[in-house]
Design a protein around this ligand. Sequence first.
Ligand code: FNR
Length: 382
Amino acid sequence: MIVSSTTDFREAARRKLPRFLFDYIDGGAYAERTLARNVDDLADLALRQRVLKDVSRVSTTASLFGQELSMPVVLAPVGLTGMYARRGECQAARAASAKGVPLCLSTVSVCDVDEVAAASSRPLWFQLYVLRDRVFMRDLLARAAAAGATTLVFTVDMPVPGARYRDAHSGMSGPHASLRRIMQAMGRPQWAWDVGLMGRPHTLGNVAPVLKGHTGLEDFMGWLGANFDPSIQWKDLEWIRECWKGPLVIKGVLDPEDAKAAVDLGADGVVVSNHGGRQLDGVLSTARALPAIAQAVGDKLTVLADGGVRSGLDVVRMLALGAKGVMLGRAAAYALAANGQAGVSQLLDLVEKEMRVAMALTGVNAVSEIDGSILANGISAG
Ligand code: FNR
């Protein structure tokens, strides 16, 4: 498959997946304004073109939470990845390990943490959603740690699921969801074959013990709404800390006050994120929220960011705004759907290449040299 950008992967994913799945990946909340702004605000950031700066030694390497990486990029936690390609989480993990970057495994993955850890030759990161059953949650964290996950990413921007109208229209959620999904899947026999729908039954591997006879996939958003714990609050970080000895990162912070609370409670990092515009439409894009958060807490913990990152150039832009690492959500999901492990490998190669070019043309040789000085302040490229 010839790919020159994320747009190609997106188009290939659109042709391959049944509509309910493509829309689930591609869509956001309400009118999808925050989703669009995540992409546009980042793409509009103008850079300073610098010349004759000896960029013969450009290196994208970086370290995050003590791990040496080929670039400061992490595959974001994305639910249901095993529905985009056969044992999809394992394929993505193999591509990530081969490239020298971590995969952060979602709580609501199809393959469970043991299966994905076995497929991965690098330590995984594990993403936590807190379900109402706390005894189960403690067990799950112990399982993730025993499987060798190093870094825990606690996602805090989904106490309730966002209103995603595309999902309702395409049959991902709501009444008759299963029937509409079966009908759509029948129109995509290649996809059904590729993901192995006729073989091993698909379920949410990590949370299978609390599914009580369901797969969790019949009405996925309905299941999330019924099982996620909306009473979760800052003081719950104490028991999470008791259960998890490694680095703890809070994902879904968009406000400097919340970032300061994360510092006060001893978190090791935050991910500036609005869940890819899938939760509250109308909140700030991450490109706009990031600088104030990096300024408030960037010297006290590790600030990561995601949302709208579609290229290595966008990675460099996020770093210039103050992030130390960047997560790829949809870009990796499209690539996996389009071409499995090879697709994710192609994407990561592309991102690295684009980072190198952006660094060379802004006159920097090392990730540590990327800061606000490479931005043309206040000027939009759009
Ligand atoms: C997500 N995201 C997400 N986040 C999380 O913490 N746990 C999860 O299970 C999921 N699931 C999920 C599914 C899909 C299909 C998408 C697109 C996203 C959010 C994800 O980790 C990340 O924050 C965003 O995807 C970043 O925005 P971009 O890169 O998609 O624009």
